[in-house]
Design a protein around this ligand. Structure first.
Ligand code: GLP
Length: 242
């Protein structure tokens, strides 16, 4: 089944996304979640934190993975994705360390880190709900156009477009790394449910490809077209409607 929702405000977008996660955890409290970095999920994470504080969201039994990381960047570097997850999820939702496995971009042996990550996912019997954002070039996690769709967690060379997009969003002079590590499309497609969140500019070509519902290797997001449990929530503010 493929569900597309188009909330018209960032607040409604955050609530719609939080609702999917909340319902998922009500059905299976011990769910393994994979959650993304980026601007798109910020409202969602604030909404999850609100629900957690009010007692409407119980995360005690959930397990958390993230999707990707810059290679060579330490967890305590504020530019790292791990620091993002720590700041917007782990701290506000009071996740205990034994319920979280994040990709470590500064692991001495990145190949080994990838295998260890796959093993951690397998130990949880796979991902129950994988929440994804969308890159301007159609990437999901760091699965760039041209990536092999049959990979588990792997090392990836970031595209010039991705690096430029990230550089434009970075407030300081930090140099965007050339390499990253990412959960692979094979693992993402094995998730029992997928929630794709779409917001932000420059994504029209990727969205068009997605909504054609046909696999198009130029846009990795189209790998989701045949997933049996995909929900898409696209922020569609009135000014952007056409
Ligand atoms: C980054 C991340 C993705 C994220 C995407 C969208 O490149 N690797 O996991 O989903 O960009 O980011 P944003 O939500 O800021 O548009």
């Amino acid at each position: 089944m493929r569900v597309v929702q188009r909330p018209a405000s960032p607040a409604a977008f955050a609530v719609a996304a939080a609702e999917v996660i909340t319902e998922h955890l009500q059905v299976k409290p011990q769910s393994a979640l994979a959650l993304p970095t980026g601007n798109t999920p910020l409202g969602l994470y604030a909404e999850l934190a609100r629900r957690f504080r009010s007692g409407a969201l119980d995360l005690r039994h959930a397990y958390l993975f993230n999707l990707d990381e810059y290679a060579g960047v330490t967890r305590d570097d504020p530019h790292s994705y791990a620091a993002f997850i720590e700041r917007y999820l782990l701290a506000p939702l009071n996740f205990s360390a034994d319920k979280v496995r994040l990709l470590m971009g500064d692991a001495a042996d990145l190949e080994r880190e990838c295998r260890s990550y796959d093993a951690a996912i397998a130990a949880r019997e796979g991902i129950d709900l994988c929440v994804l954002g969308l890159g301007t070039n159609g990437h999901i996690a760091f699965n760039e156009p041209g990536t092999d769709w049959n990979l588990g967690t792997h090392i990836v060379q970031l595209s010039a477009e991705t690096r430029a997009t990230h550089a434009a969003q970075t407030a300081d002079e930090w140099r965007i790394p050339t390499w990253g590590i990412t959960m692979g499309i094979r693992t993402i497609l094995k998730a029992r449910a997928i929630l794709l969140l779409i917001a932000g500019t420059g994504k029209d070509a990727a969205k068009r490809a997605l909504y054609q519902e046909q696999v198009d290797e130029r846009f990795p997001v189209t790998c989701l077209a045949n997933h049996p449990d995909l929900t898409v929530i696209e922020l569609c503010e009135p000014a952007e409607r056409r």
